[in-house]
Design a protein around this ligand. Structure first.
Ligand code: ZN
Length: 321
């Protein structure tokens, strides 16, 4: 395996790539804001550490890629090294970049390490060197190293898709952060009630719990109990990344309660790939473990046979499906 990987050393990963945008003030400003860098040197020049930014192809990729990287990755994936982590980056700067500079770059797979075992797992470090130029003159270079590896810990088997399956036995589900602002909500859950806040001044209901009203700003409110009826307003199916306490794939629903507020929760009683927008759901409390109970929502009008429980729903077979 190592010999096959080493054959990629020295091969070009990108030839005469061209930066998608010239060095420009808006991107410099966004970077500085994100980094909290208020130096007056910017944006007349770009922060040196932005070097790689000007070479990035975004979602649609860059012209100039040779496909060698993809080949190398495919080889590693086929051998079971399916995970990847960026480990480090070294940069050298020749001169500052300024707005208007047009960047070109070449990238070479510089080295592939022998097989290494780390805490994450066993795999190979791949180092890529990129040379960045403006008008054919070098302005800097960087080495970017990744570890492509087979994870050390075995994942639990595919679950039933509710997110509360086999994975929960392996690692405890994360605890909610209970604070002064939301303690009343969790006291309600302990009592078997889903409590929503209602503003005393303008009567707007709100969720999640907040110290002030988003509509009028009033800090005065009174809790009231939700009926428990709702519909799936939207949802996503989580496949990746896997978290220790969860067992992907599973559906995460944005539930619209009959009271008009929305909350994020699990949809139970239905396979993850059968959750649909508009699906009626009903509150139930899921006892996750000895210390944790969570409000979740059971799909109603759905049974294993795909038939419906109530005559009303039976009149519209496949509703929401
Ligand atoms: Zn209000």
């Amino acid at each position: 395996m190592y010999e096959r990987l080493r054959a990629y050393e020295g091969q070009a990963a990108a030839n005469s790539g061209v930066g998608k945008d010239p060095v420009n003030e808006p991107m410099i400003r966004h970077w500085c804001e994100a980094m909290g860098d208020t130096s007056s040197a910017y944006p007349a020049t770009a922060p040196a550490t932005m070097l790689q930014v000007w070479t990035m192809g975004g979602l649609s990729g860059n012209a100039g890629r040779t496909g060698v990287y993809d080949e190398l990755f495919a080889l590693l994936e086929d051998a079971g090294y399916t995970s990847i982590v960026a480990t480090d980056c070294e940069q050298e700067y020749v001169r500052p970049l300024r707005p208007g500079d047009r960047v070109t770059f070449d990238a070479t797979i510089e080295s592939v390490s022998p097989r290494k075992t780390t805490k994450l797992g066993t795999g190979y470090f791949v180092t890529t060197r990129m040379d960045v130029r403006v008008d054919g003159e070098p302005v800097g270079n960087h080495r970017f190293r990744i570890l492509k590896y087979a994870p050390a810990a075995k994942r639990p088997g595919k679950g039933t898709g509710t997110g509360a399956g086999a994975g929960a036995a392996q690692a405890p589900r994360p605890r909610p952060v209970v604070n002064r602002d939301n303690a009343g909500f969790w006291e309600g859950v302990a009592d078997g009630k889903l409590l929503i806040q209602r503003c005393d001044a303008c009567a707007t209901p709100r969720f999640p719990w907040l110290p002030g009203c988003g509509s009028c700003g009033s800090p005065r409110w009174t809790p009231f109990e939700a009926s428990g009826a709702g519909t799936v307003f939207s949802y996503v199916v989580m496949h990746h990344p896997p978290f220790p306490a969860f067992d992907p794939p599973y559906a995460v629903g944005l539930i619209e309660l009959a009271e008009g507020v929305r909350m994020i929760s699990n949809v139970t009683g239905v396979p993850y790939d059968k959750v649909r927008i508009g699906m009626p759901v009903e509150l139930e409390f899921l006892r996750v473990d000895a210390e944790l109970t969570l409000p979740v929502f059971r799909a109603t009008g759905v049974s294993d046979e795909g038939a419906s429980d109530s005559p009303g729903d039976a009149a519209v077979p496949g509703k929401g499906a």
